[in-house]
Write a protein that binds this ligand. Structure first.
Ligand code: PLP
Length: 426
């Protein structure tokens, strides 16, 4: 494995992060900008020396921390003084108790929407990028980069601007205008590639191996082990906001599948630390029918995820060859969950349902999770008598194209009462 060493890794201070460990064979490696095991080529993840001691004391310490993901710094691969550095301080987004939606769906056990549209660049990606930026700083990278389905490009552009790093990010050329503009406005370089996300990703892997890519930190490639840990904060926040309690069921969107696997990791850490009571929970994965390789494998009872060519309005989830697919299958099966998909029409209906019942405007990925939640309840797979948390990972303003054709003014009238009366709305 070619390692672009730009700093010595013996003096690294990434908080409780102790090493990289292989998710397949368990082999350990020193912290560095590497992502694949030298022994078996399996993906690497962070191993920790997590804080020991009184859970009550740790809960108090967290509660006294900042209103951002940095309140969980003792559980993340970041330096202890991270909150004082120039970053976007994402996280601690609202957990909406969705009683109106619950009534509509027949949920009696408590239904919540974890609304990550409230992050600085309006998607959950600010969480993962914030961790990757700290790793980039530690390894001395000067350019921040990524392959993106849209939201990640904006999050990287903004975080790099704030951290004073150069950014150069790569997206499929045909994304929604909201995503393209948001990725470009922060002043870094944005490159549209003629191809799918999977083509963009392959291109970035090539770039890393080339001298051009020297000194470049690709947040979701060579910094992926660090990046991925940012998703654990969703699990931490949900439990803390429920009063340090595990939800019974979670519905999580799947693009590469990284977020879902790290939410599971975060929940298991909270149990291990004694911060929440050890009770069973189920994790359900949600995909769009036009890109549902993991749902397909789950339904067919396969362990292998067969890649597809995406064709869906849920472009933020359009990864045809999801790196974490097999791990998602493991988690869904181990926890007693499932992986389900919904079609584009059901996604739009679900976006409108959430907006109409709770005043939350989700992007297409949120339409996928709400739509899958509805489908799983109707199928009797999701238990409506249990506490359920549905993730909305992005802002509806980024995917206006999805709802614009079927959403608009009830009437256009002349500015007088007669005209309003004629419109039949009085
Ligand atoms: C990236 C993204 C996800 C999930 O990504 P994973 O690759 O599965 O971690 C979910 N929702 C939105 C809006 C995203 O942009």
């Amino acid at each position: 494995m070619a390692v672009q060493t730009v700093a010595t890794h013996t003096d690294l201070s990434l908080g409780p992060a102790a090493a990289l460990s292989c998710r397949e064979c368990g082999e350990r490696f020193p912290l560095g900008p590497v992502f694949a095991c030298e022994a078996c080529f399996g993906p690497l993840e962070i191993a920790y020396d997590l804080p020991e001691g009184d859970p009550e004391e740790l809960r108090r310490r967290i509660a006294a921390g900042p209103d951002s993901i940095w309140r969980y710094a003792p559980l993340l691969p970041v330096p202890a003084d991270v909150a004082g550095k120039p970053n976007l301080n994402p996280g601690f987004t609202r957990l909406v108790k969705a009683d109106n939606l619950a009534r509509e769906l027949g949920v009696t056990g408590g239904l919540y929407v974890k609304d990550d549209s409230g992050n600085p660049t309006h998607s959950f990606k600010d969480r993962v990028v914030a961790i990757a930026v700290e790793a980039a700083r530690a390894f001395g990278f000067t350019t921040l980069s990524c392959s993106s389905t849209g939201n990640l490009a904006g999050a990287v552009g903004a975080a790099a601007a704030r951290a004073g790093l150069r950014s150069c990010v790569f997206i499929p050329h045909d994304l929604e205008q909201g995503k393209v503009v948001m990725a470009a406005v922060y002043g870094g370089d944005l490159v549209g590639i003629e191809g799918t996300y999977d083509d963009v990703n392959r291109f970035c892997s090539e770039l890393i191996g080339d001298p051009i890519g020297e000194g470049w930190g690709f947040v979701n490639v060579n910094l992926r082990p660090y990046y991925a840990e940012g998703s654990k904060t969703l699990a931490y926040e949900i439990c803390e906001q429920l009063g340090w309690r595990l939800p019974d069921q979670l519905v999580v969107p799947i693009a590469s599948g990284s977020q879902l696997t790290k939410i599971d990791k975060g929940l298991r850490e909270l149990i291990a630390l004694g911060l929440v009571e050890d009770r069973p929970y189920k994790i359900f994965g949600a995909q769009a029918e036009g890109c549902s390789p993991v749902a397909r494998a789950f339904k067919d009872g396969h362990d292998v995820v067969r890649p597809v060519k995406p064709d869906t309005i849920a472009k933020s989830l359009a990864i045809g060859n999801p790196a974490d697919g097999p791990y998602v299958l493991d988690i869904a099966r181990r926890t007693g969950g499932a992986v389900e998909d919904v079609n584009d029409g059901q996604i739009v209906d679900a976006i409108k349902l959430l907006a109409r019942t709770e005043g939350v405007f989700a992007e297409t990925a949120g339409g996928v999770t709400v739509g899958v939640t509805r489908k799983l309840i109707e199928a009797g797979v999701l238990d409506p008598t249990l506490t359920t948390v549905v993730l909305n990972t992005g802002d509806g303003l980024k995917t206006l194209d999805a709802v614009a054709p079927t959403t608009g003014p009830s009437a256009i009238i002349r500015p007088n009462l007669d005209s309003f009366r004629e419109a039949g709305l009085a």
